[in-house]
Design a protein around this ligand. Structure first.
Ligand code: GDP
Ligand code: MN
Length: 387
């Protein structure tokens, strides 16, 4: 579950990290009103749960109420990276002296959290690493120790930063760790973390991802993040030409062709489960549409497992398999995904998924067995013991 900026910043602020003063606006007049209060100079920022908004035109730094109105007018309603912008954050502008990057990120392959810091913040960190790998200092947090202040000194020392920065960096990293640890995050990223005109460290942007298992186990803890996440996913699905309808149950369903999807709903019901949705991939489902479908299905927090049932005709099973093999890790889906492939290129598709060896994806030959499995495993978490 990716939080958007203002949600992420509220967690940072409660841990004592300095963030700019800001207010949400759903209309241009509200934004102009906030600008009057926080300005004259403000940043108007699209609130969608993804990064790279600046480059895509979703962030504007403006002066005065009229300019804030115009910026909000332009940004609200925009489609940015597949998400419709429904709210903007209006923030007092900060005088930026230097831009850093700071993050704690779960590294599944290391089975540990990685701490990262760079003096080259403000740009996409992937680009920094590509051009200057040495500009990003990293450190694996020993799981039994957790984050300790001396680790901040190591990051600081490996980047040869100014002496005066050691104290503030140590302080901010301890607070970011507190957010990571308290909220069962898998990512806490601040880019940029800036030094303002008074030499203070401020989180100008923030991105927090909450572990999906933690979220579904105790959704009430995260009441503040219940936003437009589902509506966004449904809209994304429709914009890709998928038919999506939310139902009341817990087994997420995707299939191709209305008839097959209907019988999949019946198979789930016959196995004692309740379908969470109707999703028709349509004919010729591409890898991209599979991703949008999976995003829509898993955006429903009630979903405890996903059943993908495809009878290949025009739709090729290998294409579906390729889409799943990409989308499951790319979207960070950790729910069990049960796949049944039959028809055109089914054996290639099955082999592809078996080769991808994703711990939470299981291929089952018959539709009835697949439905039973999806119902049985629903809500039981990862299929980590497989293989
Ligand atoms: P992202 O592109 O989604 O990561 O959005 P960011 O919140 O990081 O904003 C993109 C860029 O806008 C930042 O790197 C800053 O350079 C700039 N920016 C955002 N807010 C302010 C501000 O208050 N003052 C200044 N000078 N620049 C800002
Ligand atoms: Mn950013």
């Amino acid at each position: 579950m990716n939080l958007c900026e203002h949600e992420s910043k509220s967690l940072l602020a409660s841990a004592g990290v300095t963030v700019p003063r800001g207010k949400l606006a759903a209309t241009a007049s509200e934004a102009s009103c906030h600008a009057g209060e926080l300005g004259p100079k403000v940043a108007v920022k699209a609130q969608i749960a993804t990064g790279g908004r600046g480059r895509a035109g979703g962030v504007e730094v403006v002066c005065g109420r009229a300019a804030a109105y115009a910026a909000a007018q332009r940004i609200l309603g925009m489609e940015l990276k597949g998400h419709r912008v429904r709210e903007v954050l209006v923030e007092e502008a900060v005088e930026v002296q230097a831009e850093f990057y700071a993050a704690f990120m779960l590294d599944r392959s290391a089975k540990a959290v990685t701490a990262m810091f760079s003096a080259q913040g403000g740009m996409a960190i992937e680009d920094v690493v590509r051009a200057h790998p040495e500009a990003l200092a990293r450190l694996t947090v020993p799981p039994l120790l957790g984050w300790q202040d001396f680790m901040a000194r190591r990051l600081w020392a490996s980047l040869v930063l100014d002496r005066s920065l050691l104290g503030p960096i140590t302080d901010v990293l301890a607070r970011l760790w507190q957010v990571y640890d308290t909220w069962d995050a898998t990512l806490v990223e601040v880019n940029p973390l800036v030094i303002d005109g008074r030499g203070e460290l401020i989180a100008l942007d923030a991105k927090v991802t909450i572990d999906d298992g933690a979220f579904s186990a105790r959704p009430e803890r995260y009441g503040f993040v219940r936003g437009h996440r589902e509506e966004d996913a449904e809209e994304l699905a429709r914009s890709k030409g998928l038919t999506y309808l939310r139902l009341e149950g817990t087994v997420g369903i995707m299939g191709n062709g209305a008839g097959l999807v209907m019988s999949t709903l019946d198979a789930v019901a016959a196995a004692g489960g309740a379908p969470a949705n109707f999703l028709d991939l349509g004919g010729g489902a591409t890898a991209e549409r599979i991703g949008a479908a999976l995003e829509a299905v898993t955006s429903n927090q009630a979903v405890g497992s996903v059943l993908c049932n495809v009878f290949g005709g025009i739709t090729r099973c290998d294409e579906v398999a390729r889409g799943l093999a990409h989308a499951v890790p790319a979207l960070g889906v950790r729910l069990p995904v049960i796949v049944r492939l039959e028809g055109t290129n089914a054996s290639q598709g099955r082999r592809l998924l078996e080769d991808a060896a994703l711990p939470n994806v299981e291929v089952i030959a018959s539709m009835r067995d697949a439905a039973s499995r999806a119902v049985a495993i629903c809500g039981m978490g990862l299929l980590e013991t497989r293989g």
